[in-house]
Design a protein around this ligand. Structure first.
Ligand SMILES: [Zn+2]
Ligand SMILES: [Zn+2]
Ligand SMILES: [Zn+2]
Ligand SMILES: [Zn+2]
Ligand SMILES: [Zn+2]
Ligand SMILES: [Zn+2]
Length: 240
């Protein structure tokens, strides 16, 4: 955004407005090019009168000696140079950028919106999932034990327990927060993968007649368990 500022005699000063986290900070790109352009007044910095050609300048609607118009941090002379105004005080470009918070990923100053997550500042475009690099600006995310940012999907894929049968991670159903899984024989199962190994009946400890009757670490329904037990028994009998 370019804003045109006029000095008291109507000469144009152009200025560039940059949005920052402090609201709008004005980056002035030039000052009145006419010398002397105005009836100078009292220098804002030293309090002395500004007289004579080429000795004064105006900035932020205030009058300065050119030698007094300096960056308040490093004292660089700013007349004719780009500068930033913070609380009506002039900063050179470098010192201004130093006042800004730095992104914890790319370490560059954040000129625009700060995204704050887990107490740290980020550029919105730097706040991404460590696995898929998708931007998580405005999207639910989670962190692992070492504070690494993950999208919800990748977090579950990485840390969710794996199903013994299909080897896939056991994740919450879409739209749900909680994961439902079956834990049996010290192993994890998807609810639908918890089946009798012989007949494929989906087992459940809560449903009548569909309980699990494990045999030698095999997941079996009641009747398949009985059949296997019978087979072993008859084999033993025949062997005798
Ligand atoms: Zn002065
Ligand atoms: Zn400076
Ligand atoms: Zn960044
Ligand atoms: Zn991801
Ligand atoms: Zn499974
Ligand atoms: Zn069965």
């Amino acid at each position: 955004m370019v804003m045109v500022v006029e000095c008291s005699e109507g000469h144009h000063l152009s200025a560039l407005l940059l949005p920052t986290w402090l609201g709008y900070t004005t980056k002035f790109v030039s000052q009145c090019p006419f010398t002397p352009c105005c009836s100078w007044g009292i220098c804002t910095r030293c309090g002395e009168k500004v007289v004579g050609e080429g000795t004064g300048c105006t900035a932020m609607e205030q009058v300065y000696h050119i030698k007094c118009f300096v960056c308040i941090v490093c004292h660089l002379q700013l007349q004719g140079k780009p500068f930033y105004a913070l609380d009506s005080k002039p900063y050179c470009e470098d010192c201004y950028l130093n006042t800004l918070e730095k992104c914890c990923v790319c370490t560059k100053p954040i000129l625009d919106r700060i995204l704050r997550a887990t107490g740290k500042p980020y550029h919105p475009q730097c706040f991404t999932c460590v696995v898929c690099n998708k931007s998580l600006d405005g999207i639910p995310f989670t962190v692992d034990a070492s504070n690494q940012i993950h999208c919800i999907d990748d977090f579950h894929k990485k840390f969710a327990p794996r199903c013994t049968v299909c080897k896939e991670p056991i994740m919450p159903e879409p739209g749900k927060d909680e994961t439902v899984r079956v834990v049996a024989l010290d192993r994890s199962f998807h609810v639908n993968c918890y089946k009798c190994e012989d007949c494929g009946l989906v087992l459940s400890s809560e449903a009548e007649g569909r309980g699990c009757y494990p045999l030698d670490g095999h997941v079996l329904c009641k009747s398949c368990n009985a059949r296997r037990v019978q087979a072993i028994t008859s084999k033993v009998t025949t062997d005798l």
